[in-house]
Ligand binder design. Sequence first.
Ligand code: SF4
Length: 501
Amino acid sequence: MTDKNDSNLSRRDLLRIGGLALLATGCSNYSNAQITPLPTTIRPIRESGMAHVIITADNPSLVRDRAHCTRCGQCHNYCYRSMTAHGFRSSEGRMSCIYCGQCSIQCKPRSITERSEIAEFQAALADPDKIVITTVAPAVRVALGEMFQMPPGSFVEDKTVAALKQLGCDYILDTTFGADLTIMEEASELLHHLERDSGSKYPLFTSCCPAWVRFAELFTPQLVPHISTTKSPILMQGASIKTYFAQQNGLDPKRIFNVAIAPCTAKKAEIKRPGSNTLTDQPGFEGLSEVDLVLTVRELGRLLQETNVDFPNLPNSSFDSLMGRGSGGAMAFGRSGGVMESALRTAYYLVNKENAPLQKDVEMRGEVRTVNWVNPMPFQLIAGVRQDTVDFGGRTIRVAVVETPGSLRGLLDAIEHDGERFDFVEVMACQGGCLGGGGQPYPEQLGDILELIYDRRDAVQLGVDGSAVRLSHENAEVALAYREFFGEPLGEKAKMLLHCR
Ligand code: SF4
């Protein structure tokens, strides 16, 4: 582990260090960027017998065009390095796809791509019976500009809304509203876990990354009962659009076609996953999907290019109101560590009836420094895992943030073999969290990917810092939604609509 402040290395210097992966820390500066050695047990392609990853015809997220595959092995090496090299074995008995889409980023000949659903989106826009509602995830607005030669890290929220309006969408909403609902429910679930399961061997794991949830189902089934049931932001948003939003705006939910714009290929699978769509269990909503379609940033960018939208010169435009604006805490979902920090802040408030301090002092290498309250979690005692302890008003809880499935190995070994205890753990399948999602624009060079993630992270942090409302529990639109429609977090209605089965 090293630290920019200690070593005086620039970001580019750090990126050049051979054989090392720089893990984004989710903090607003680079002082705590950490480096974790890649596993040394990677087998060469020929030895492992695989020249490419397996993508079956029924893969809901990804497709592979054999004609373009040069059998370079880059996709397989990344996937193998993320999972199998760490001793994880799939219950399916072979290398299994968790739909994260990182192979598509690695695939230079573009043999592997997301399963494109642009045509379905265009058909919905052309259908006069459909009310098309799009929602935009936090990590989209800091990456879409890259597809139009805008500098990496351009914050293009207003232009993204304008572009969707130009395409003909009826309403454009901000997925950060759904993220605030996720925080309200997950923070309440955490408190429940601390109270009820305080003797549990395993911590409560976050649930908003569908690739992580699928990884757990396939590779670490012992963890599945410990994953939060709280829906991810796009599912929250979908369930709210077809119930609360439709009711408030006098819309027929059967006519609504809800499209989530996301940095993620796994979300395409998540919306079809059994147990995700609980709306269909409600009387009057049978057969409806909470989210009808997920488009990646690349798909949206491609559609805008094909329809000659002059994206960089679009006038600025704002999200529609009611479910149109989330807090800074919700914006932080875009980056690794954001879910953890936001949920802890709201849980802290629910316990102490006052907000947690913004910063705290920690001792690093004999020196006291002031850092964010939870992030950037400067200590990396387990490779690839950032961890911290948080004073929770009379009780200290131990939390951790994990990026990429392989990094889970160290945490699991600590829990299962060394008897270490954690209370709350965030897991994201992609490096840097959704900023580095498998549906994000391709880097010009693969070696640029971490640099891109840092630029996007800076832009997200600008959004976090610039938010008029900083914390999920202070979002007036969310409070109104609970008051008028959902009742209490973890209440009967909230459980039915905002939690997976
Ligand atoms: Fe999708 Fe984000 Fe998970 Fe990557 S980290 S698979 S982008 S939810």
